[in-house]
Design a binder for this molecule. Structure first.
Ligand code: PLP
Length: 356
C-alpha cells in the first residue's frame, strides 16, 4: 500500500526529547513525539508536505476553524511487536474516513501520497517513540482545519493538514458506570455525527460533565427523536450482549463507522459468535436485564480498544451488570484477538496488519 520510493521533505530535530520522556510511562496523549507532518492547502491545491520538529505554529484568533468549525481529525495507532517491528492497523480505513469527514465539512480531499506516505515516513522517523510495553502503543492524530484568517461565514480557502503522534497508555481500565442519556443528543439524522469533526466532541462535553457529576463515567447516547435506541457510548461505538448474541446498532449519519467496531464484528463472525447489526432499544435492554439475559455491555474504539461496563443508569434506576469471569466474557475474548492481530502475536487472516 505504501509507496516507499516517495521522498518526503524531512527537517529533523537536533535533540530528541526521548532523553526526558519514557514512552512506556507516558499518560495518554500528554507527550507529543519529536516530529510532525505539515501540509498546507491554498488556491485549490496542496503544497509540499514537510516533516518538521513538533512545535507551535503562528495563527491569529481570526482563524476560521475557530469560528466556523471546519476541523476534523482521525485516531489510529502504531504497534511494536517483541522484535521491535512496527505495524499499522487498517490505515487505509482511517484515510478513507478522513476524506469522508472532509467531504461533509466542505473541506478538500487529502491525497494518499500526503496522508499515507506522510504517515509512513513520520512513523518510521519517530519509531523510537512507540512503546514496547504490552497493551500500549503510539497514538496517531491526523488533523485538518480551516486556516484562512477572516470573519466571513463561508467555506475557507486555506487549510492545514497535520499528523502528530503520542505514546498512548490505555485510557480506562476499570469497568465503567454508564448513564443512558435521555435528554441531550450527540447527533441528528442528516447531521455530522458520522464524521470525526471537532464540534461533535465540544457538544458532548457538557452532558458528559453533568453525568460525571451524577457519579457516572460516561453516557450512552440515544436517538435524538425519542431517546429510545442506543446510538454510541461516549466517543466509542457500543456493543451489547444479550444471552449469547452481540448486538450493535447499524451505522448511519448519527453513528460513526468505527474501525474497531467493524473489526470486532468480523472477528466475532470468524470465531462463530452470534453478532447482529440491529438497533438496540432501551426497553429491550431493561427487559433483558430484568430477565437476567443482559450479560455484557462494552464500548469500542481505537483509543481504549474495549471498555467494559459495570453499571447502567436509566432515569431513576441503576442496573448492575453481571461481572463475568474473563474466560466467559466476549469483550475479553475479542479484545485479546484484536490486540493479538495488531501487535503481531497471532495470525492475521484478514490482512489488517501493515508492517512499516
Ligand atoms: C473515533 C470514534 C469512534 C471509534 O472509531 P474507531 O475507528 O474504532 O477508533 C466511535 N465513535 C465516535 C463518535 C468516534 O469519534
Amino acid at each position: 500500500m505504501f509507496n516507499k520510493q516517495y521522498v518526503m521533505k524531512i527537517n529533523k530535530i537536533d535533540n530528541s526529547r526521548l532523553n526526558k520522556i519514557d514512552p512506556n510511562d507516558s499518560p495518554f496523549g500528554a507527550n507529543i513525539s519529536d516530529h510532525m507532518l505539515i501540509c498546507d492547502y491554498e488556491n485549490g491545491k496542496w503544497g509540499e508536505p514537510v516533516i518538521m520538529p513538533y512545535g507551535s505554529m503562528n495563527y491569529s484568533p481570526a482563524l476560521m476553524a475557530l469560528h466556523y468549525g471546519q476541523a476534523i481529525f482521525e485516531g489510529m495507532k502504531a504497534y511494536k511487536d517483541k522484535n521491535n517491528e512496527v505495524f499499522l492497523f487498517r490505515p487505509e480505513k482511517n484515510f478513507e474516513r478522513f476524506n469522508e469527514s472532509a467531504k461533509r465539512l466542505a473541506m478538500p480531499q487529502v491525497p494518499k501520497e500526503i496522508f499515507i506516505d506522510g504517515l509512513y515516513a513520520l512513523i518510521d522517523l519517530d519509531r523510537d517513540w512507540i512503546p514496547t510495553k504490552p497493551g500500549i502503543s503510539l497514538y496517531i492524530r491526523p488533523v485538518m482545519f480551516a486556516s484562512e484568517e477572516m470573519f466571513s461565514a463561508r467555506i475557507s480557502n486555506k487549510y492545514t493538514f497535520a499528523i502528530m503522534t503520542s505514546p498512548a497508555g490505555n485510557y480506562y481500565d476499570k469497568p465503567l458506570k454508564i448513564k443512558i442519556e435521555d435528554y441531550y443528543t450527540r447527533a441528528v439524522d442528516g447531521g455530522v455525527g458520522f464524521t470525526k469533526c471537532a464540534g461533535n466532541y465540544g457538544a458532548s462535553f457538557y452532558p458528559t460533565f453533568l453525568a460525571n457529576k451524577e457519579g457516572f463515567d460516561q453516557v450512552i447516547w440515544t436517538d435524538s427523536k425519542n431517546h429510545a435506541y442506543f446510538e454510541e457510548s461516549g466517543t466509542m461505538n457500543v456493543m451489547v450482549r444479550i444471552g449469547n448474541t452481540i448486538f450493535t446498532p447499524p451505522t448511519s449519519t448519527t453513528i460513526l463507522s468505527g474501525i474497531t467496531r467493524d473489526s470486532l464484528i468480523n472477528l466475532a463472525k470468524y470465531h462463530n459468535l452470534d453478532v447482529k447489526e440491529e438497533r438496540i432499544s432501551v426497553d429491550n435492554i431493561v427487559n433483558a436485564y430484568q430477565e437476567g439475559n443482559l450479560k455484557e455491555i462494552f464500548g469500542c474504539g481505537t483509543a481504549v480498544v474495549i471498555s467494559r461496563y459495570s453499571h447502567l443508569g436509566y432515569k431513576d434506576t441503576l442496573m448492575e451488570l453481571p461481572q463475568l469471569p474473563d474466560e466467559e466474557s466476549y469483550a475479553v475474548f475479542l479484545k485479546k484477538q484484536l490486540v493479538g492481530i495488531q501487535t503481531n502475536e497471532i495470525d492475521d487472516p484478514f490482512g489488517w496488519r501493515y508492517k512499516i
